[in-house]
Design a protein around this ligand. Structure first.
Ligand SMILES: O=P(O)(O)OC[C@H]1O[C@H](O[C@H]2O[C@H](CO)[C@@H](O)[C@H](O)[C@H]2O)[C@H](O)[C@@H](O)[C@@H]1O
Length: 270
């Protein structure tokens, strides 16, 4: 993509996002999902590519917003940190089960020996399903079938049974070619609500950007607070998001545009 293309957001939702955040940086707080929103989906969880400019652009946009930018993801907090190092953003990981506030304070659902045993049994029980990948995320576990779509139904049943066996503190979370078992108290909408109670998010209107079922709770929260919600990519399921953006590439373009506009404003002011 040329520099020129990079600075031209490609759809109405991202153009509005750019205008809002450039014109009123003190008014908005930005909540971004990672996979399928900031990053293109890949065949396996570790095959994702982080464009070199993305961490830099995120840091610049965060700076423009006075730090009111958080990543809200199904990834673990430590994995998400690794993607954007050396920057350390406020991050809600494991769909909200892990939480790092803007001041660096963290909280997390504890792992239990029972859940560890369950994860080991899950690996054994799915070993015959060639192509199914088990992603151990600590207090959550994901079973991916992107490389083995034929196991969709069988895997869903196994994961449903395991989630039930894990007890009420755990719940089944379907996603894109994945079934996860996550702590039931994890919720992206609640994570966004928690951020909005604290500086520098306090008093701002939320903009939630995501692509998957787990993002619907943060869309609903953003809508209820008079903010904006943007669903990225093609829609195979219903959404309560108020706007749609075509792709992660459009979102990255928007961030690059906001970052560049901020740099121009700073240069003009100095
Ligand atoms: O909330 P997110 O940041 O969107 O994370 C959701 C899940 O993303 C990852 O899985 C998805 O992306 C993979 C890489 O592109 C892809 O192979 C997989 O099919 C997708 O479901 C991640 O592996 C999960 O742990 C996240 O919960």
């Amino acid at each position: 993509m040329s520099e020129q293309e990079k600075l031209q957001p490609t759809d109405a939702a991202t153009r509005h996002l750019v205008r809002r955040l450039i014109d009123e940086p003190d008014r908005w707080a930005l909540f971004l999902d990672i996979d399928g929103t900031l990053l293109d989906l890949a065949t396996t969880p570790d095959a994702i590519q982080v464009p070199l400019s993305l961490p830099v652009d995120l840091a610049a946009v965060s700076g423009r917003l006075g730090g009111a930018l958080a990543l809200v993801t199904g990834r673990s907090l430590s994995y998400a940190d690794g993607l954007f190092a050396p920057h350390r953003f406020p991050i809600a990981g494991l769909h909200g089960a892990e939480f790092r506030a803007a001041d660096g304070a963290t909280s997390a659902v504890e792992q239990t020996s029972g859940f560890d045993a369950l994860k080991r049994r899950l690996v054994e029980e799915t070993a015959w399903m060639e192509g199914v990948l088990i992603e151990d995320k600590g207090a959550a576990v994901a079973a991916h079938y992107r490389l083995a779509p034929a196991y969709d139904t069988a895997l869903e049943k196994i994961m449903r049974d395991f989630a039930e066996a894990a007890g009420p503190a755990w719940v089944l979370q379907p996603g894109k070619m994945v079934f996860e078992i996550r702590p039931s108290r994890a919720d992206k909408g609640e994570a966004v609500a928690s951020y909005l109670e604290q500086p520098p998010f306090l008093g701002r209107l939320p903009v939630a950007v995501g692509d998957d079922l787990t993002d619907e709770s943060m869309f609903a929260l953003a809508n209820a607070r008079g903010g904006q919600s943007i669903r990225v990519g093609s829609l195979s399921t219903a959404t309560c998001a108020l706007a749609k953006s075509s792709s992660p590439s459009a979102i990255r373009s928007a961030l690059a545009t906001i970052a560049a506009a901020g740099a121009r404003k700073e240069a003009a002011a100095s």
